[in-house]
Design a protein around this ligand. Structure first.
Ligand code: SF4
Length: 243
């Protein structure tokens, strides 16, 4: 019989705990059935991918659900033992993913939704120091307008070669794309196709901080020419250790 890593961990963990309790003189009969009823009732494990870095470790989210399958509360997040990348491990950042959504109240110890969690799109107007809540339609329209405006006003159709001849390049040098570590291969493929169709060359699919450093390299290589105010922001965000 083939035993998976997850089954092995479950069986060995449960067996060790049982022996220890029997040695102490506990009758496990009633305890075991009560624990089964209370602890795993309506709990669903959902495999997912850690959003923090490009390693893409697999995590399992355990959530309690009601009788209709509706989400009730988050119970735990840990490394997925069946994932070939991390094999059950998770660094401290990934292991703390639980707190992206829920935290424990410092005074009462009650589990609650993390009040710092951003649940709506936030927009900061140029020059403003305030964030405004916007709905998704407004935000997506705004992004589309800005992309079109920037592309139309900075589009290069042809480029001259050293011998004086011209070739069609169809590109813009004012737009760059930063992906995210939560993107899988297929999403990266679609994103890169969309950017290429728009004529965008500088692209990064890793986490934000690495992406900024990579874009800065594109600026130095003269392949990405953002407006000065964006260049200043890029230079500020880029870590000195990243070149
Ligand atoms: S942040 Fe940690 S757990 Fe998450 S993908 Fe990176 S190494 Fe894995």
């Amino acid at each position: 019989m083939k035993v998976t890593r997850r089954q092995f961990l479950k069986v060995t963990g449960a067996t060790a705990a049982s022996f220890a309790l029997v040695d102490l003189g506990f009758d496990l009969q009633a305890t075991a059935s009560a624990a089964k009823e209370l602890r795993i009732k309506n709990v669903t494990p959902t495999p997912t991918v850690c959003p923090y870095c490009a390693s893409g470790c697999g995590l399992v989210i355990y959530a309690e659900r009601d009788a209709n399958g509706n989400f009730v509360k988050l119970l735990s997040v840990h490394g997925d033992p069946d994932n070939p990348i991390n094999q059950g491990g998770a660094c401290s950042k990934g292991a703390a993913m639980f707190n992206l959504r829920e935290i424990y109240d410092e005074r009462t110890g009650e589990q609650m939704i993390n009040p710092k969690r951003v649940q709506k799109p936030l927009y900061r107007a140029p020059g403003s120091d305030k964030w405004e809540e916007k709905d998704w339609d407004w935000m997506l329209d705004r992004i589309a307008e800005k992309i079109k405006e920037t592309r139309d006003s900075n589009f290069i159709h042809k480029e001259k070669l050293e011998d004086g001849s011209e070739i069609i390049v169809n590109r813009t040098e004012r737009i760059a794309s930063i992906g995210g570590s939560g993107l899988d291969n297929e999403e990266c493929y679609i994103l890169s196709k969309m950017m290429r169709a728009l004529g965008v060359r500088p692209m990064s699919f890793s986490k934000y901080c690495t992406g900024v450093a990579q874009l800065y390299e594109q600026v130095k290589a003269n392949r990405f020419k953002p407006q000065q105010r964006y260049l200043t922001t890029l230079a500020k965000v880029r870590k000195p250790s990243q070149g």
